[in-house]
Design a protein. Structure first.
Length: 295
């Protein structure tokens, strides 16, 4: 872990998330605890090399540190908060995106470990030397850019392999199985994400997922800890916040742009998620400096 922390620190000299010139690789650094940061988290494995973090999925809290890693299997609206970090020992994390096609390929070559199936779209597992070593070798390629095109796909394949053979295999194998319940929920999530500003139709989302409305509601909530409609609201509100901060849109314009017809409803639901009405929240964040995009 000390070697992994040194690699992350070298490639993330400033606070924030930094995409690396290796496909699907990012490193994150924060020199102090953060506020709760809402983010739409894509399927990935996240390993903390220094510090600790709490992730919220709806009302459920997941705390992890250098002893464990987080696997996210579908696009989830999460809230992340760094809870252990100092200027001398900053929070350091590496994220590797997961590739369903690569998982399917590996599953054909070797059946995955018989880990217990889990309905939730995220899972915490104990770190292993094999996984952390592979991630460290992927980071070391940043010092050998001439080798990235050949070696990075091999190491990413190895990382996926260790996930399929570890105790998180139950959630990972569902990502690679096109006929799994998780894949059906993923199709529903993709449709909601792409059409979040349109009127919600459970019948349309059910058709996309290939489920009945009642089955979709049950399995969607099992994976995301929220209903499809609640998921859409989370996406809308996060996008409205981005518009106000990144494009200087006023609160009313941002609400209409993400699909709200009632300004009062938008303000009420925004305050419930972010703790303050839209205009006040945006003003506070602008005054406090750059807003973390991910933790």
């Amino acid at each position: 872990m000390e070697n992994l922390a040194a690699l992350i620190a070298r490639h993330a000299p400033q606070d924030g998330m930094h995409d690396m010139p290796v496909p699907g690789l990012a490193v994150i650094r924060f020199g102090a605890p953060t506020d709760r940061v809402p983010v739409l988290h894509q399927p990935a494995v996240c390993i903390i090399a220094q510090g600790a973090k709490v992730v919220m999925l709806a009302d459920e809290a997941f705390r992890y540190d250098t002893a464990s890693h987080l696997v996210v299997s579908v696009d989830l609206p999460l809230t992340g908060q760094v809870v252990e970090a100092t200027a001398e020992r900053p929070y350091l994390c590496v994220r590797v995106d997961l590739d369903p096609a690569l998982l399917r390929e590996l599953m054909l070559e070797r059946p995955p470990a018989a880990g217990a199936e889990t309905s939730r779209g995220l899972h915490l597992s104990r770190n292993t030397p094999e996984l952390t070593d592979a991630v460290a070798r992927l980071l070391r390629l940043l010092d050998r850019p001439q080798d990235v095109a050949v070696l990075a796909p091999m190491i990413r394949r190895e990382i996926h392999y260790w996930l399929l053979t570890g105790d998180q295999a139950g959630i990972v194998r569902q990502i690679g199985a096109p006929d799994s319940r998780l894949s059906q929920v993923s199709r529903a999530i993709a449709w909601i994400r792409d059409n979040f500003d349109q009127p919600f139709s459970i019948e349309r989302v059910s058709q996309v997922a290939g489920m009945s409305p009642s089955a979709l509601h049950h399995h969607f909530k099992a994976v995301t800890a929220m209903s499809p409609l609640q998921y859409q609201k989370q996406i809308r509100l996060q996008e409205a916040r981005r518009l106000m901060l990144g494009q200087a849109a006023d609160a009313q314009a941002a609400g209409f742009q993400v699909g709200y017809e009632s300004p009062s409803q938008f303000s009420r639901e925004y305050a419930r998620l972010f703790g303050a009405p839209p205009a006040r929240d945006a003003a506070r964040l602008r005054a406090s400096g750059p807003v973390p995009v991910a933790v």
